[in-house]
Design a protein around this ligand. Structure first.
Ligand SMILES: [Cu+2]
Length: 183
């Protein structure tokens, strides 16, 4: 058993450590509210990421238009009500008319193929069919080479799979698509 003069410093240390952890948790909660996911649109018309994570479903190592490792992104896992920030990058040297990308998250149950097909003629509306705009939950703007755009949103409360895609003509069919999986 500890004597009185040994207990006091131990208690102080524990209290100090406890307060530190409490404040660290608080700071994390304040700054860590929003999970940022950097996504790259490539000339091969794929969404890629430069970091792998248990919350991202990635596939093959991808060819990108930049240095370093990239993996094709297939799905993003998220918790209902979580805040996500999607940052879409386009590092292409090709002109905007040839290689732009967006990231469009659709309402649950919306066919991404139908959305892509019906949007290919809507250039003046960022390749979003105005008649189907009510099927969009969240989206970035169309991003040309050297630019980025981001969208921050709260993940839907309803669990399940939500499709996202790039609506630039031909990109969905080339595999520029994925799913937000809400758990
Ligand atoms: Cu694209």
């Amino acid at each position: 058993m500890l004597s009185q003069h040994q207990q006091t410093p131990l208690k102080k240390v524990l209290l100090t450590v406890g307060l530190f952890l409490l404040s660290a948790t608080w700071v994390f909660a304040q700054n860590g509210d929003v999970r940022t996911i950097n996504i790259y649109g490539t000339n091969q018309m794929k969404y890629t990421v430069t970091q792998q994570s248990s919350k991202l479903e990635t596939g093959k190592q991808a060819k990108g238009n930049m240095e370093g490792d990239q993996w094709i992104l297939h799905a993003i896992h998220a918790k209902a009500g979580e805040k996500l920030k999607i940052v879409l990058h386009n590092n292409t040297n090709l002109p905007a008319s040839a290689m732009s990308h967006n990231w469009v998250l659709l309402k649950k149950g919306t066919s991404p193929k139908k959305f892509a097909n019906s949007s290919s003629g809507s250039k003046d509306n960022g390749y979003i069919n105005p008649d189907m705009e009510n099927k969009v939950l969240h989206k970035t703007d169309m991003v040309s080479g050297g630019n980025t755009d981001s969208v921050t949103f709260t993940v839907p409360e309803k669990k399940g799979k939500y499709d996202y895609l790039c609506t630039f003509p031909g990109h969905y069919l080339s595999g520029m698509k994925g799913q937000l999986i809400v758990e």
